[in-house]
Design a protein around this ligand. Structure first.
Ligand SMILES: [Fe+2]
Ligand SMILES: [Fe+2]
Length: 217
């Protein structure tokens, strides 16, 4: 590669150039997702898999008229599976902290979005997957974290999809320190937050999924 008319030095790699296969990276990351919360009564991988399943269903509704619907649903699934991968970098004292965080612990926990972005980026994952890990806690009307100034459709669509899937799944699932909340109540509150916390189009798509119908039955 040349930069202007200068040859690029050999030792500088391309940002997304990787020397090991994505399959190996996924295996290592998933092993770490299983190991990192062992014994805590919480499975980062099971949470990711569930969010991935719901995100794919939402994408299938949202993009149902696109010829690429299956590809887009698979992208959303992978984005959901890996959205919290940055949590493997959080120190155990914070990772296993129960309900309440100190201010410093909360900052460390919030850093999982930046850590996830860096991990996935350096492993060569597609931009859509990286952005979902980075921005899934950003609010549709602005706010949330990380501080990035994005709002509305400036927020990458997979991040908006994962935000809805993650919020619902996280609140209804049991944790070692609390029981999951009532799905009807969680869904009621999420509809109130349509347009502020969540993208209204994604909320509408979520309302049409089999997953939500089964949860509210
Ligand atoms: Fe997260
Ligand atoms: Fe999550």
């Amino acid at each position: 590669m040349t930069v202007g008319n200068l040859a690029k030095p050999k030792f500088i790699s391309e940002p997304n150039e990787i020397s090991y296969s994505p399959a190996i990276v996924i295996t290592v990351l998933r092993d770490e997702m299983i190991r990192s919360y062992e014994g805590s009564g919480y499975s980062l991988m099971a949470h990711g898999d569930e969010v991935g399943k719901v995100a794919a269903e939402i994408a299938r509704v949202l993009f149902r008229n696109s010829p690429e619907v299956e590809f887009l649903a698979e992208t959303a699934r992978l984005a959901g599976c890996l959205h919290d991968v940055g949590k493997v970098t959080i120190p155990e004292q914070v990772r296993f902290s129960p309900l309440f965080f100190t201010e410093i612990e909360r900052k460390i926990m919030e850093n999982h979005v930046t850590a996830g972005k860096r991990l996935l980026e350096s492993a060569g994952f597609h931009r859509e997957i990286v952005e979902a890990a980075h921005f899934h806690h950003v609010w549709f009307a602005g706010g949330g974290y990380p501080f990035c100034g994005l709002r509305g459709e400036q927020i990458p669509v997979n991040a908006r999809i994962v935000a809805v899937a993650d919020h619902f799944v996280a609140r209804v699932e049991d944790r070692s320190y609390r029981l999951g909340q009532d799905p009807d109540f969680v869904w009621f509150e999420m509809q109130l937050a349509s347009g502020t916390h969540f993208d209204p189009r994604v909320i509408e798509a979520f309302s049409q999924t089999e997953y939500l119908r089964a949860m509210l039955a």
